[in-house]
Design a protein around this ligand. Structure first.
Ligand SMILES: Nc1ncnc2c1ncn2[C@@H]1O[C@H](COP(=O)(O)OP(=O)(O)OP(=O)(O)O)[C@@H](O)[C@H]1O
Ligand SMILES: [Mg+2]
Length: 253
């Protein structure tokens, strides 16, 4: 399933927040979206997920404008975890993950063994099998983030869109979750601040600055000392890691 943005614009309160972004996500690949705070990552994520209609241009899914898909139809293809997901306090972990199956069910279809198995797999992927009966309001920030990811996985999407999925996670879970996402055959767009994680787990990187796409390519092409200095205003040393062969970035502090 092909996802792309064609000169996508989004304006709010007379301000241009996403400024004619054109990009294509290769099927099965993980695209990392990086950029300073306020550069438009979450805004672009919402447009790519079809949660919001662009003010100009179009987001295309398999050659069709995403705004032309019905809600259920879209939810079977694309799942999204937002930066600040809102969830009712009283629901359990299992309830939230089961919500992922909603787009596949009709008023008449019973909960199936397939649904159950998919939900169990999703819980296992994020390591929360033991926490299935916990209530949302009792979960830590990182646990909530993993529950939301499990819900998105249970949706069996072709395209997974994640807004800073690792910002609350400990280092073990950061690595596990990104490794999982990179390994899945699902096409993924992930907004991420940690440039080392982006270098390690993304096939391609897109850089946003003040709503504009200023660079897009492989981590090796994009994550240069010059770009990091220009976009993030930080001096960095970039080298190939002798451990995993991907880029390693050290910040001069
Ligand atoms: N609904 C809105 N109405 C008006 N301005 C908005 C709205 N949503 C976001 N903005 C503004 O648009 C800009 C981009 O916001 P966005 O949340 O997309 O940035 P971001 O790159 O995700 O930042 P962060 O790294 O902090 O998550 C910011 O200046 C923000 O204040
Ligand atoms: Mg954001």
């Amino acid at each position: 399933m092909m996802l792309g943005a064609e000169r996508v614009k989004w304006t709010s309160g007379g301000r241009l927040i996403v400024d004619e972004v054109t990009l294509h996500v290769e099927t099965g690949q993980t695209l990392g979206l990086i950029g300073p705070n306020g550069s438009g990552k979450s805004s672009l994520i919402r447009l790519l997920a079809g949660l919001r209609a662009p003010s100009g241009g179009a987001v295309m899914l398999d050659g069709k404008a995403i705004t032309r898909f019905g809600r259920r139809e879209l939810a079977r293809r694309v799942s999204v975890v937002e930066q600040h997901p809102s969830t009712e306090a009283s629901v359990t972990v299992l309830d939230v993950v089961r919500l992922g199956r909603t787009p596949y069910r009709s008023a008449f279809s019973a909960w199936s063994e397939d649904d159950e198995q998919i939900v169990e797999e999703a819980l296992a992927h994020v390591g929360l099998e033991q926490h299935r009966d916990r209530h949302w309001h009792t979960l830590s920030g990182g646990e909530r983030q993993r529950v939301q990811l499990a819900r998105a996985l249970a949706q069996s999407p072709s395209i997974l869109i994640l807004d800073e999925p690792t910002n609350h996670l400990d280092i073990q879970h950061q690595i596990e979750i990104l490794r999982l996402v990179a390994r899945l055959s699902v096409t993924t767009v992930v907004a991420i601040h940690d440039l080392n994680l982006a270098a390690r787990f993304c096939d391609a990187i897109a850089v946003l600055e003040e709503g504009k796409l200023v660079a897009c390519g492989s981590p090796l092409e994009i994550l240069t000392q010059e770009l990091i200095a220009r976009v993030f205003k930080v001096e960095a040393h970039v080298a190939k890691s002798e451990y995993h062969g991907r880029l390693h970035i050290q910040f001069l502090m």
